[in-house]
Design a protein around this ligand. Structure first.
Ligand SMILES: C[S@@+](CC[C@H](N)C(=O)[O-])C[C@H]1O[C@@H](n2cnc3c(N)ncnc32)[C@H](O)[C@@H]1O
Length: 235
């Protein structure tokens, strides 16, 4: 618990995010080849995106969880422009399905346009940081979720999942603030399916906030951040 008068910093983790470059198995597929040629890049350097690579993705293992960089885009836009972040009270991390972690400087202004966001993520995955020179705003490390949580001192992990114990979101936000700064709220940034068992094992609590029904990642993120901001009298 924080000392009274001191506002706690909330850790938000977008986990198992569907953000990756096109995997080798489908580099030769016509849908991939065409989209890469249009972009003037090799297939290995472009993001896997279901809206473009749907046919090619049919062959991929775990396809239902992959190829949705827009989920990270929308969710980061929500998080970075939230009052909590603007007051310096939010840390946001993106852990990907392939076990990379994107660290995000809170002052980052992400492109609003999806195509520009895609280009930025491709640069990040290729160079490990953006911008390439000067102080990085986004940087990447190969890292499992467990290591990330250890590294940022998150020993109280609240995993949000529609299969969790039913809880009012207000109570979840209260608990996250109460346990801050050692609490992390983990939200899946994949379109379908469930967290891996490895992720579930890291959870201290698993809560469902909508009677077992699935919500989009960005909805969960925006509602949680709005309630937390309200409780901290920021809005
Ligand atoms: C689109 S959902 C994941 C896919 C979903 N399991 C499905 O098969 O449609 C994205 C994330 O939002 C969060 N989420 C969605 N619905 C939720 C709920 N009812 N309660 C708590 N978290 C939820 C979870 O973290 C979940 O991983």
């Amino acid at each position: 618990m924080q000392r009274s008068g001191e506002k706690p910093r909330v850790k938000l983790v977008l986990a198992e995010a569907a953000l990756e470059t096109v995997p080798r198995e489908i580099w030769g597929h016509p849908a991939v080849y065409k989209s890469a040629r249009r972009r003037g890049k090799p297939p290995s350097s472009i993001l896997l995106d279901r809206s473009i690579h749907h046919q090619a993705m049919k062959k991929l293992p775990g396809a239902e969880k992959r190829g949705r960089p827009d989920i990270v885009h929308f969710s980061l836009l929500e998080a970075l422009s939230s009052p909590l972040n603007r007051e310096g009270l939010l840390e946001v991390y993106v852990h990907t399905l392939n076990d990379y972690v994107v660290f995000v400087d809170p002052s980052t202004r992400l492109p609003r346009n999806y195509n520009r966001f895609t280009g930025l993520m491709e640069q990040l995955l290729e160079l490990g940081r953006v911008p390439p020179k000067g102080k990085p705003l986004l940087w990447l490390k190969p890292m499992k979720l467990e290591r990330l949580l250890e590294e940022v001192g998150a020993s109280y992990v609240i995993l949000l999942s529609e299969d969790g114990e039913p809880r009012r979101l207000r109570e979840v936000a209260e608990e996250a603030l109460e346990k801050a700064p050692r609490a992390a709220v983990v939200v899946g940034a994949f379109p379908h399916g469930d967290f891996t068992e490895e992720t579930k094992r890291l959870a201290t609590r698993i809560y469902s906030i909508y009677r077992g029904k699935p919500l989009d990642t960005w909805t969960v993120v925006s509602h949680f951040l709005a309630l937390a901001a309200d409780m901290l009298n920021l809005i």
